[in-house]
Design a protein around this ligand. Structure first.
Ligand SMILES: Nc1ncnc2c1ncn2[C@@H]1O[C@H](COP(=O)(O)OP(=O)(O)OP(=O)(O)O)[C@@H](O)[C@H]1O
Length: 469
């Protein structure tokens, strides 16, 4: 190995070491060895293919940056697998001994962990994660499928799948639940990766405290920058906090450059975060944006059934859950609140928990939410007016785009708002099969997940159809 390579690598390595947390360095980067240096490429080796992929994916940009600082901006870095035969440089044996017990594979190579296989011991506490908020407990539906899939991918491959991951949607529909699920997953299966959850409110409070001498600024920075996964809730509260926003920008960059995973949630998409500086908005938008919508009726029912089963609540009449699912449509938090009220009432009055009792309790509680039952004809009439198409065209077999979207939307709203079965809706739409209705509902939910205009249209029509007039 040339003296130039040894010298340059020692400098690059020192920079790497300063850029990440000591445990991250020990787990991933300490094992990297220099192999070759040409005019335009630095070749380094990872001990095996699993680590090669992980290091190239997760720390590629950091390696590149540190190498550029030492060898000039045009240098490229190649990560290869070390040939059999072990370490190439004379690193002390103790370093190897220290690594012997460390995981040799990144989390995504250990996906076969299931609740049946014993989980590895938890690393020291890196912040409180609610043990009830796990991927297992999260009910997947059309409105949250993408967000759930992205969150799981990020938990399995922090820093490699989507970075940053930005999840947005209305309150009470599972954003925090997904952040905690990632946190719980990484703590159990992340081979010692450091994961931290923070709300913008507590980030702001800690920052202000450090600024005013209530704690050291270095300690504040270390707390948020020396992590492998940072989960940040409610970034909409960053707007109008200029100093915090500035600090958050630097935190974001430091972590991103070091290959750490960032997951952010907000009640709206980045471009709707009014006062946020463009440079931060652009960073939020640079990874994957995924929305999380209020659950459809089937998902609401599944959530209620799962909760009842989980808490071993005795429900005499399954119709009681349907009453709750019909009444509370816009937030899982409210849905769970309604269930708790109904169960509490039944328990206090020692009455059996029936659909009638649920109706009574919810009528009292949510007077303004009494459901307005619409018929399929109401939905069809509204859609025809809105899209200026005739009722005959709406239910026809015409496949032009002018008709397909209003028809799919109408079937979706009929399913959400009328309480009619899929076959009944299919019949009312020109004698279609129930699978066609199901397909229309899925297509509409998918379109809502990616197209804000479609989302707005559905919301406006739902509000209009649900109002009492
Ligand atoms: N798909 C789901 N499956 C099971 N439980 C869910 C689901 N979505 C939400 N919940 C539950 O609903 C409650 C509210 O969810 P959560 O706090 O994650 O909402 P949020 O979107 O973060 O709201 P906010 O924007 O107000 O912070 C939690 O108890 C959560 O466990």
């Amino acid at each position: 190995m040339s003296a130039e390579l040894v010298h340059a690598w020692s400098d690059v390595r020192a920079r790497l070491q300063r850029s990440v947390d000591p445990s991250t360095f020990a787990i991933w980067l300490d094992a990297v060895e220099p192999v070759d240096l040409t005019a335009d490429t630095l070749v380094v080796a990872a001990p095996d293919e699993a680590r090669r992929q992980w290091i190239a994916g997760r720390f590629g940009r950091l390696l590149q940056r540190c190498a550029a600082e030492v060898l000039g901006p045009t240098i490229a870095v190649d990560v290869v697998v070390a040939p059999a035969g072990g370490r190439r440089t004379g690193a002390p044996a103790a370093a190897d001994a220290g690594r012997r017990d460390r995981p040799t594979q990144p989390p995504h190579f250990r996906r076969q962990h299931t609740p049946d296989t014993p989980a590895p011991p938890l690393p020291p506490d890196e912040g409180a994660f609610n043990p009830k908020l796990t991927f297992d407990q999260f009910v997947i539906g059309d409105g949250n499928r993408l967000a759930h899939g992205a969150a799981l991918a990020v938990a399995e491959m922090p820093g490699s799948a989507y970075n940053p991951l930005f999840i947005y949607g209305p309150p009470g529909n599972g954003k925090t639940h997904l952040l905690h699920s990632i946190g719980n997953y990484v703590r159990v299966y992340g081979s010692g990766l450091k994961v931290r959850y923070v709300t913008i409110e507590s980030f702001t409070n800690e920052f202000v405290r450090a600024l005013h001498g209530g704690g050291s600024m270095d300690a504040f920075k270390a707390r948020f920058r020396h992590v492998d996964v940072l989960l940040v809730d409610d970034v909409q509260f960053l707007t109008s906090k200029a100093h915090t926003e500035e600090e958050f920008f630097h935190t974001f960059n430091a972590l991103h450059d070091a290959g750490a995973q960032l997951v952010l949630t907000s009640d709206r998409r980045p471009r709707e975060l009014g006062d946020l500086e463009d440079r931060l908005r652009e960073r939020f938008e640079a990874g994957l944006l995924t929305d999380i919508a209020a659950p459809d009726r089937d998902t609401r029912l599944t959530i209620l059934r799962k909760r009842v089963q989980h808490d071993a609540i005795a429900i005499g009449d399954p119709g009681a859950l349907e009453v709750i699912a019909d009444r509370i449509a816009d937030s899982v938090r409210l849905l769970e609140g309604a269930l708790i009220r109904v169960v509490a009432y039944a328990s206090m009055t020692a009455e059996p928990l029936t659909a009638q009792l649920a109706t009574h309790v919810l009528d009292e509680l949510y007077r303004d939410r009494k459901p307005v039952r619409r018929t399929i004809e109401d939905v069809q009439r509204t859609i025809c007016e809105d899209f200026s198409i005739s009722p005959t065209d709406l239910v026809s077999s015409g496949r032009t785009q002018r008709l397909v979207w209003p028809r799919q939307l109408a079937m979706y709203l009929a399913r959400e708002l009328t309480g009619q079965t899929l076959p009944a809706i299919g019949r009312a739409f020109g004698g279609r099969d129930h699978t066609t209705v199901l397909h229309a509902c899925r297509r509409t939910a998918e379109r809502m997940a990616t197209d804000p205009d479609a989302q707005r249209t559905v919301r406006d029509l739902t509000e209009r159809l649900s109002s009492r007039s």
